[in-house]
Design a protein around this ligand. Structure first.
Ligand code: GLV
Length: 326
């Protein structure tokens, strides 16, 4: 019987070609957009797929694993984050779960930095201003922003992406780095002159820019709540390219409206893809639609990596990017 793989939404083709080269029968969802949980269950039921290439928009829980069946060895997530997957449910059924780390680190760091500079320089406000035909004359007071150069960046979560954002900040913009992480990294401190903060509360009042890079866990949900947002400087900016629910959006909206912080840039949302339309009325917020890793090069590499994880698992080997062993 043919080895069968289900891909839950159209992705860049490099990984698909790799899977097909193995002689696998690859079925890709034809829906233009993410499958709902019910649609995913229906797509898997009785189909006997040996592997599933899933996306962060797929909620993978007991019912989905059961629909996939016992012959399904792996769910290869096309993302570095895997908070969409119930890991315990996977463990209970001895299913491998893999992600796509490293290949997207530079792209997400770049996007984060782009947001930081764009926010401080009021670029999206400037763009809206131009499109409305409001630019009548160069003005010494027109849309005054803030420098990034030499300021203090507070990195919350010093993983692969947080560390690269800090790298660009120090090497490119001579910023000072303070960071919070559950683990101290003394080598990083030496390399970048960074200063460890043992709590987020220590970091927030000292940073001009706060960039979030922790995974979404029970302990990080609403990490940036009303109380902590109030600890930020009035002149400070918040950037979130990690996961939406880490920031309590209602509290952020108040902080932006009342200008208790200077601005925010978001690539991820608490109830993604929904966002309270009240945000659209604020000038001091910059919004992108969860595209921090969305370059052609990186999405092709993610496709390839997810496919390789499937190939390894189906060959009876341990896939390289396991987030949880079976
Ligand atoms: C994107 O958000 C990812 O986790 O890769």
């Amino acid at each position: 019987m043919a080895t069968k793989v289900f891909v839950t939404e159209k992705i860049p083709d490099r990984g698909i070609l790799l899977l097909q080269k193995q002689g696998y029968e690859v079925t890709m969802s034809e829906k233009d957009g993410p499958l709902t949980r019910e649609e995913l269950v229906a797509a898997l039921t009785g189909k006997e797929y040996n592997a599933v290439l899933s996306l962060l928009t797929n909620k993978i829980d007991d019912e989905v694993f059961d629909a996939a069946g016992k012959q399904c060895k792996i769910f290869a997530n096309f993302a570095v984050g895997f908070d969409n997957i119930n890991l315990q449910a996977a463990r209970d059924r001895s299913v491998y779960i893999t992600n796509t780390p490293d290949v997207l680190t530079e792209t997400v760091a770049e996007h984060t930095f782009g947001l930081m500079v764009a926010l401080a320089h009021r670029m999206s406000e400037g763009d809206r201003f131009m499109r409305k035909g409001l630019y009548k004359a160069w003005g010494p007071m027109l849309l005054l922003g803030n420098d990034v150069f030499g300021k203090t960046l507070g990195v919350v979560g010093l993983g692969r992406i947080g560390a690269r954002v800090a790298h660009h900040a120090v090497r490119g913009f001579e910023m000072k780095i303070i960071y919070y992480d559950v683990k101290r990294n003394e080598q990083f401190e030496k390399d970048y002159g960074a200063v460890f903060m043992s709590t987020v509360e220590d970091l927030l009042p000292k940073a001009d820019f706060v960039s979030i890079h922790v995974p979404l866990l029970e302990s990080t949900q609403h990490l940036m709540n009303d109380t902590r947002l109030k600890m930020m400087k009035k002149t400070a900016f918040l950037i979130n390219t990690a996961r939406g629910p880490i920031v309590e959006e209602e509290a952020l909206y108040r902080a932006l409206r009342e200008k208790t912080i200077a601005g925010a840039a978001l690539d991820v949302y608490e109830k993604e893809p929904k966002i309270d339309p009240l945000f659209f009325e604020l000038e001091n917020v910059l919004l992108t639609p969860h595209i921090a890793s969305a370059t052609i090069e990186t999405r092709q590499k993610m496709s390839e990596l997810a496919a390789n994880n499937i190939i390894e698992a189906l060959a009876g080997r341990i896939p390289p990017n396991i987030v949880m062993a079976k």
